[in-house]
Design a protein around this ligand. Structure first.
Ligand SMILES: Cc1cc2nc3c(=O)[nH]c(=O)nc-3n(C[C@H](O)[C@H](O)[C@H](O)COP(=O)(O)O)c2cc1C
Length: 170
């Protein structure tokens, strides 16, 4: 994989999460997990290139997001859609998702986290700011319908700096 400048990341940003999805991987070599995400955005904050993702506390990955300051996002090609769907429908709390999905984590000694083999793009990220969404802060209360009856488990927002962006040009 080749390292590129985040400022040259020339993709359709409103489709990158929503349509293409991403695989969020957190944890260390011995205890790591990956889940699919489709909520998120990229931009600039405090002069840094950042990504913001939203992880619900009932995800197994959430515990690893809380425990470690670094995580990765792997953006995959369309041929991985089934494996990504699997990663978004099953929990690492009860199964070995890598074994079952065929996706292979690659451990990155630099950052101490893993990313997914075959990814088109990999973002290595370092948390800058994290905060749970709170019911009282919703200006448009109709959005709370996403949580149905369970308002005790609103997503947590993580803003993270892109410390490195890798591209697979194969
Ligand atoms: C297309 C898709 C997008 C998803 N986006 C998110 C998201 O942005 N945030 C989130 O918390 N869960 C999201 N999920 C749900 C998690 O991926 C799912 O609950 C997963 O099983 C959690 O895995 P884990 O328990 O191993 O962490 C998404 C699922 C799918 C299929």
């Amino acid at each position: 994989m080749i390292r590129m400048n985040a400022k040259d990341f020339d993709v359709k940003i409103f489709e990158k999460f929503d349509k293409d999805w991403a695989l969020l991987t957190a944890g260390d070599y011995n205890d790591r997990n990956t889940m699919t995400i489709s909520w998120g955005f990229m931009g600039t904050l405090y002069g840094k290139s950042v990504v913001c993702v939203f992880v619900r506390p009932n995800r197994h990955t959430y515990n690893l997001m809380e425990k470690y300051d670094r995580f990765t996002l792997s953006f995959m090609d369309e041929k991985y859609r089934d494996a990504m769907t699997f990663m978004g429908r099953n929990s690492g709390a009860s199964i070995d998702k890598y074994k079952e999905s065929g996706l292979e984590p690659i451990y990155d000694t630099d950052s101490g986290v893993s990313y997914i083999k075959g990814a088109r793009y990999v973002m290595k990220l370092k948390k800058l700011y994290a905060a749970p969404l709170k019911e009282e802060y919703f200006i448009d209360k109709s959005l709370l319908k996403f949580y149905k009856e369970d308002l005790s488990d609103l997503h947590k927002m993580y803003i993270a700096e892109i410390t490195s962006l890798l591209v697979n040009e194969e």
